[in-house]
Design a protein around this ligand. Structure first.
Ligand SMILES: [Fe+2]
Ligand SMILES: [Fe+2]
Length: 317
């Protein structure tokens, strides 16, 4: 029974019960609505990490704008970089609204990134050595992002669900752009095919890690359970990783590429792909800014911020 105190004000428990009823009924929660602290904090962590990863993700791709092989490819990758920055802006705006009651601002998000409190996605700490890497990021990293983000299209938090709708539509173009690069290379010379295989071999582990650890017990985190409980997403990390395999492994093989995991197979009995686990201790290190390019990219972000700070200051005064 709902517990209402005499003044007619609902208690915290009653508000929580009402809140859970709303999300279980598929209603959307808006920025100004009452929400439990844990829900707010979960959203802030998730969306700020997503938003800042979009921005940090533009950095490794930006490196390939001047080096892209043709004008058409240059324009394609430039448009993608621009889109990713736009995704970051959209998501940071969503985060800003959630942080308002806590007295935190967008400035704090950047400071948290630079101090290491706010993590960004493991894939964006990696090096992009070749044009094959640039294609593979679009094809498989954006492909993986489409899988995780479409899983949240019906998120209980309205502003995030709406932002994702637009983001996902653009991500589909990114995946097509990446696939077009990879297809051209795969149909090209022996050296070009070797470039794709090499990119796949080097990115494989990062791609497996993209979805996060599968078992909360081994990582001591119940983050995925919280997001599922609050209907922010529906599938677990492992389910998403399996969806990725099901979608992309036939495509990888159809291009004549070899899977970097020789022991990998599809188990018909349980309908799951069996694969070698990546080194999860390495994953933890990478997201703690100990990846091959972590410091360099953070420095780039810091320089971009300090060089442009006068614009923010001028707009605020
Ligand atoms: Fe994006
Ligand atoms: Fe993208």
């Amino acid at each position: 029974m709902v517990n209402i105190i005499s003044a007619g004000q609902p208690t915290e428990e009653a508000k929580y019960e009402q809140f859970m009823k709303r999300i279980e009924a598929g209603e959307k929660i808006e920025a100004e609505d009452w929400m439990p602290e844990n829900y707010r904090m979960t959203l802030i962590k998730l969306i700020s990490m997503h938003g800042i990863s979009e921005i940090m993700g533009a950095l490794p791709e930006k490196e390939w704008v001047p080096k892209a092989p043709t004008l058409k490819r240059k324009l394609g990758i430039m448009a993608k970089v621009q889109d990713e920055m736009g995704h970051g802006q959209l998501l940071l705006r969503v985060t800003e609204d959630l942080m308002k009651p806590l007295g935190k601002t967008r400035e704090d998000i950047l400071q948290d990134l630079l101090s290491g409190r706010l993590k960004f996605h493991n894939v964006f700490h990696m090096e992009t050595k070749s044009w094959g890497d640039a294609g593979l990021i679009g094809w498989l990293v954006d492909g993986a992002a489409i899988i995780t983000q479409t899983n949240m299209l019906d998120a209980s938090y309205g502003p995030y669900a709406r932002a994702l709708k637009r983001i996902c539509a653009e991500e589909v173009f990114h995946a097509q752009h990446g696939e077009a690069i990879i297809l051209a290379l795969a149909e090209g010379t022996k050296e070009q095919r070797a470039m794709v295989q090499d990119a796949l071999n080097r990115w494989w582990e990062a791609l497996l890690m993209f979805f996060g650890p599968g078992d909360a017990a081994t990582t001591g985190t119940s983050k995925q359970d919280t997001t599922i409980k609050y209907r922010i997403r529906t599938k677990t990390n492992e389910e998403l990783r399996q969806d990725f395999f099901t979608k992309y492994i036939p495509r990888v093989l159809s291009l004549g590429l070899e899977l970097p995991d020789e022991e990998m197979y599809f188990d018909k009995e349980d309908g799951l792909w069996k694969y070698q686990q990546p080194d999860w201790s390495k994953f933890k290190e990478i997201i703690q800014n100990k990846g091959p390019k972590s410091n360099e990219r953070l420095r780039l972000r810091e320089i971009a911020y300090s060089n442009n700070k006068w614009v923010i200051d001028a707009l605020q005064h």
